[in-house]
Design a protein around this ligand. Structure first.
Ligand code: ADP
Length: 461
């Protein structure tokens, strides 16, 4: 890792202005971290976000294109030009948009700017789920049973692989993402049709027909491990999160730590993740996602960026992950050693979305009145305010409500109160659903699997 650092050189990694290549709550979050570090900020926006309040507190606010993200937040040329025009020496991609785009990371660094994230080669390795799995197996990270190679074309070889794994299996596109490009195969009868359909989907949606196969786990939980690495070979993990409360593969509530998993069980997994980071020369923040079933962990993918749910780990570890990420990009060594990482209390995050609580259709419009909760152990990450107009063009996440308390039961009680105190008028939100969820006995017991929320929603109808 020292080598990659030398490639760029210490002087070039110094910067005093960060361009935030994102929008919404994460643009606010990044801006705050930059200011605390004494860095200036440039924010970019599309025409739809010109009125964003965070545009008033940055040093430069530049509109780089129309509402269509392909021509603004996803346009590398426009973003690089904005960086040049405003003297930004580094680009923070946030999450979504270009954050896991290896080609973007590369052009940023080729332009002599610092990409606040890992090297392009790490993004590329982890962006291909087959090469990611291969790297994890090499580092002894436990993976879902199944080969770390692309499926062959020959039907009888494919049948043999499925039999060796044992049905049910899941066919996944190597380049898949966002919960797409996957198909569960319950038995041999539907194997070839599932492969043909997924291959075609993969070709069209991800530009690569490469597929792989693994065991389909029926009742797993989604557990993830947050890592933080510098450019001197230091890598630490900051504990784990449980993100099993999902609808259509979209996380709705996250918590840290994952209930019912002992430190002895999770520690070897965390250490394996850290070792994998050292082996691949990983830089910055990242998340290893696992399925967890019958006391065993199975790696599914690594996210090479800051995640939406990073605050629950910040609350329990006391480490400002965004600040640390920027410091690593500046070429500074990690401030915290693994032995100094402690996990205190319990934290929940609710994703408040502008959507209909019954149909889940996005809800656009103007926020006429807004009351956000306050108090000890309560944090709200948001960009909205009374009078804010929610545009229909982007993600429906409008705020993250985060609580921290000494234990899980108290954190649940605090979230219940915080949700009750929250009022967002003028648009529809999922607040009623979140309130009902925090009154649910099954959720209160902890350790529910990734299907729980969808089943719960069906029973409520
Ligand atoms: P994406 O990159 O599209 O998010 P992931 O590989 O992270 O894809 O998988 C998304 C979701 O699909 C997981 O959270 C889980 O719900 C389900 N899934 C993926 N692989 C398996 C598997 N082997 N067994 C059961 N469910 C799986």
């Amino acid at each position: 890792m020292a080598e990659s650092f030398d490639k760029v050189g210490l002087a070039e990694r110094r910067f005093d202005t960060v361009l935030i290549a994102n929008r919404g709550e994460i643009a606010v979050r990044i801006q705050r971290a930059c200011r605390e570090l004494g860095l200036k900020t440039t924010a970019i926006c599309s025409e739809a976000d010109r009125q964003a309040a965070y545009g008033k507190t940055v040093d430069c606010f530049l509109c780089i294109g129309p509402a269509n993200a392909a021509r603004s937040y996803l346009n590398p040329d426009a973003i690089l030009l904005a960086a040049q025009l405003t003297g930004a020496g580094a680009i923070h991609p946030g999450y979504g948009f270009l954050s896991e785009n290896a080609a973007f990371a590369e052009v940023v660094e080729m332009a002599g700017l610092v990409f606040i994230g890992p090297e392009a080669s790490s993004i590329a390795t982890m962006g291909d789920k087959i090469s990611a799995k291969r790297a994890m197996i090499a580092a002894c990270v436990p993976c879902v049973p199944g080969p770390d190679t692309a499926l062959p074309d020959d039907p009888s070889s494919i049948e043999r692989i499925a039999l060796e794994i044992g049905y049910p299996v899941i066919i996944k596109a190597a380049g898949g993402g966002g919960g797409r490009g996957m198909r569960v195969v319950p038995d041999a009868g539907s194997l070839h049709e599932a492969i043909a359909l997924t291959r075609e989907e993969a070709r069209q949606a991800f530009g690569s027909p490469a597929l792989y196969m693994e065991k389909f786990l029926q009742h797993p939980r989604h557990i993830e491990i947050q890592v933080l690495c510098d450019t001197y070979g230091n890598a630490i993990w900051l504990g784990h999160r449980d993100c099993s409360m999902q609808r259509r593969h979209q996380k709705v509530v996250e918590e840290a730590p994952a209930p019912g998993i002992s430190p002895e069980t999770i520690k070897p997994v965390g250490m394996a993740c850290v070792e994998a980071c050292r082996q691949i020369g990983y830089r910055g923040v990242g998340t290893f996602e696992f399925l967890y079933e019958n006391d065993a962990f199975y790696f599914i993918e690594m996210n090479t960026r800051l995640q939406v749910e990073h605050p629950v780990t910040e609350m329990t570890s006391g480490i400002d992950i965004v600040r640390a990420q920027i410091q690593v990009a500046q070429g500074l060594p990690l401030e915290t050693a693994q032995d100094d990482v402690t996990c205190t209390g319990h934290s929940f995050e609710c994703r408040i979305n502008a959507e209909d609580p019954e149909s889940f259709l996005p809800s656009a419009g103007t926020i006429s009145d807004l009351v956000l909760p306050e108090g000890p152990g309560i944090r709200v990450d948001t960009h909205i305010h009374a009078g804010y107009r929610i545009s229909p063009y982007y993600d429906s996440l409008i705020a993250k409500l985060i609580v921290h308390a000494p234990n899980r039961a108290e954190a649940m009680a605090k979230m219940r109160e915080a949700l009750a105190a929250t009022r967002i008028e003028g648009i529809s939100t999922n607040l009623p659903l979140l309130r009902a969820l925090f009154d649910d006995e099954g959720f209160a017991r902890g350790g529910t699997d990734i299907h729980y929320l969808e089943q719960w929603l069906q029973h409520r109808r």
